[in-house]
Design a binder for this molecule. Structure first.
Ligand code: HEM
Length: 401
């Protein structure tokens, strides 16, 4: 680069994590240029066109040096674990893991379990119609995804309450940097989850069932070693839990704050699949995705060199006015809706997208059919995190139809 160059704006992940509404900041960053400066050796991309192209770009990889994980997470089992999960693997390791775990979560496989998901939603929400109030986090979102996943994976129902807090703790380690103070609890959660899943492999080896672990027991050591399978099942248990939990609670909060949108949905429940896509776009549970640059990439006249990290800001891309009309408005009829909340067209596109969509469709169909009104009963409380959009509590009042 030559001549007088203005430095791209700084992307302050810590400051952003504390904002109730980061979208105006994202807009200013998009307007300032295609790149922002992140942490050391790190660039952040905020515009839709760039994020959509880069998320599936083969010049970028997902597998970081173990040293990178050790800097972010400290010495010990966390770096080892995060280095082994499929989200952070490149082919050929990624290809094998994706094939083994992916077949459980295809659209047809999920469709087969849809009735069961509807029954679980009914169990959780039918009493709410009588009581007239509920907390979308504690009474619904914290309970449904983990129950659904438990059945897919083969976890015993009695272990669910013990898994929930540990899965939440582990998901904090997705942060680009996990502070010292959070590490001991996260290691403890990981060790516990690994032991639980290893014991489940033993149990299913002896008595197989109709679940993921039973099928993984048949995989031979030459295809994938047992510890890699255990770690990837642990990963599924928290990757599929915290994210879907956040979609349900963010979605309930957004709908409750906009009664006109619930009216539209109630008039035509066939709009629910569009509403789910819009809720995913509007407040994406996963806001950022990091990739490692393998080959030089030019963005806005600047060449990003191999070894640098590119942070793809999915939440900002979803609100880019050059791609979405009135991006700050929730519009349950929006179509098409090419949001990037599950990543883009690349090999890492969310493995659980069909399952998350099915759970959300089931919940919002129930709400559209059974609640004439759903309004905030008090202030919703955010869980602040640099990577996720999430709530601790969303108290709601409902009027049954
Ligand atoms: C609303 C809920 C969800 C959201 C917003 C979400 C989001 C994401 C995102 C952004 C990625 C990374 C994509 C990329 O790197 O290009 C991802 C990957 C992944 N997700 Fe999800 N996810 C959700 C639900 C689930 C569920 C229910 C499961 C489990 C069944 C799951 C399992 C995974 C796995 C295993 C990967 C890694 C895939 C790979 O590396 O090939 N996710 N997800």
């Amino acid at each position: 680069m030559t001549g007088s160059v203005t430095l791209p704006p700084k992307y302050d992940a810590v400051e952003l994590a504390d904002l109730d509404d980061p979208y105006p900041v994202y807009r200013r960053l998009r307007e300032a240029g295609p790149l922002c400066r992140g942490g050391p050796a790190q660039w952040v991309v905020t515009r839709y066109a760039d994020v959509a192209a880069l998320v599936g770009d083969a010049r970028l990889g997902a597998q970081f040096d173990r040293a990178y994980h050790r800097i972010a997470l400290g010495e010990g089992p966390l770096a080892d674990f995060f280095g082994r999960v499929m989200l952070n693997s490149d082919p050929p390791v990624h290809t094998v893991l994706r094939r083994l775990l992916g077949r459980e979560f295809t659209t047809p496989a999920v469709r087969q379990r849809r009735r069961r998901i509807d029954m679980m939603v009914d169990d959780l929400l039918a009493p709410v119609a009588d009581e007239g109030r509920f907390d979308a986090v504690t009474d619904l979102a914290d309970k449904l995804p983990i129950r659904v996943l438990a059945e897919f994976v083969g976890v015993e129902a009695e272990d669910i309450d013990e898994i929930r807090p540990r899965a939440r703790t582990l998901s904090q380690a997705f942060a680009t940097y996990l502070p010292e103070s959070g590490r001991a609890a996260t290691v403890e959660a990981l060790v516990w989850m690994r032991e639980l899943v290893a014991a489940m492999f033993e149990a299913r080896r002896r008595v197989p069932g109709d679940d993921l672990i039973s099928r993984l027991c048949e995989v031979d050591q030459a295809t994938a070693d047992r510890q890699a399978l255990i770690d990837n099942v642990v990963f599924l248990l928290f990757a599929g839990f915290a994210t879907t939990t956040d979609l349900l609670s963010n979605g309930c909060a957004a709908l409750a704050a906009r009664p006109d949108q619930l009216v539209i949905l109630r008039a035509d429940a066939d709009l629910v699949p569009r509403a789910v896509e819009e809720l995913l776009r509007f407040d994406a549970p996963v806001q950022v995705k990091s990739r490692l640059v393998h080959q030089p990439i030019e963005i806005g006249g600047r060449v990003i060199r191999p070894g640098r990290v590119l942070v793809l800001q999915l939440g900002s891309a979803n609100h880019d006015e050059t791609r979405f009309e009135r991006p700050g408005e929730l519009d349950v009829t929006r179509h098409p809706n090419p949001h990037l909340s599950f990543g883009g067209g690349g090999i890492h596109l969310c493995l659980g997208a069909a399952l998350a969509r099915a759970e959300a469709a089931s919940v919002f169909t129930f709400i559209a059919r059974r609640f004439a009104r759903m309004e905030p009963e008090g202030p919703a409380v955010r869980r602040f995190s640099p990577n996720f959009r999430s709530y601790l509590s969303v108290p709601l009042r409902v009027t049954p139809s």
